[in-house]
Write a new protein. Sequence first.
Length: 329
Amino acid sequence: MRLITIEEHFAAQEIISENNKFTPEASEFYKSMVFVGEALTDAGEGRLAFMDEHKIDMQILSYTSPVSEKVPAHEAVRICRRANDILAEKVSAHPKRFSAFATLPMSSPEEAADELERCVKEYDFCGALLAGQYQGHFYDEKFFFPIFARAAELDVPLSFHPAPVNTLIQDYYYTSPEWSSFVSGQFASAGFGWHVDVGIHEVRLILSGMFDKLPTLKIIAGHWGETVTPYLERIDSIITPESAGLSKRISDYYRENFYITPSGILSRMQFEDTVKLMGAEHVLWAVDYPYIRQGNFYEFLMSAEFLTDGEKELIAHKNAERILHIKEE
């Protein structure tokens, strides 16, 4: 059975160097990611060997966050454009094994929308990946609306990915004089904090009325929904359509407009609960390569006894082919 994984990261050394011209401290971030070795910048033999070993037919490549929010807006547009050109080169070298999500200059929403359209029409990219927030602003604000409107117009999804939380939030929730800075950093990021941050982002999008304005807009959320899915019933019972000025319940928008991936978290309980809640038609597969490389990703999906063979096909490749407009083999 064909397997397409959609949260698979890439970085180009040229783009890292460009970014560091404006924010030299960013190099420390990349140094902290040294455990992935050269896997992050490799879109060739090493990555393909991993894919073959784990029975992955296609990866959707994406930059986690190639441009710091401190980069001036006009430079961010230039750097993102170059980053997407490099990504397109990597895809064109192995078009049957790779496709890509664009990276966008969130400081300039109209230019970001144009860049998304360029990447979709010129390079056949599948959509875009948005990481975290921009200078403490969530993307439900009207300033960012052109990006979402263009994605809906192009019928491509926007994938939401965690990023470091606002420093005020980190200091308030995720630090203690009893902990090391390392533990606080883990707690505030991949250990818990940035998943909650994305979950809040998802609910804010719904509360903003985004999906009443753009009913065909598709959002992808990793890590089994970034903490939202277990609380949908509770949210519905407290925040009603009448109180929020919405036409439907929050869970209705979530089930209709959101698509969920595991991001390499091989939890049978979360998998089964997500399928029950969202339906197999709204689950996609993702490994989170190269940050996660250990696991039986294909076997975990294929051995899920609560799925029919047809549901396994949907999750393995048919959903991705449908919403990302990938040609079936």
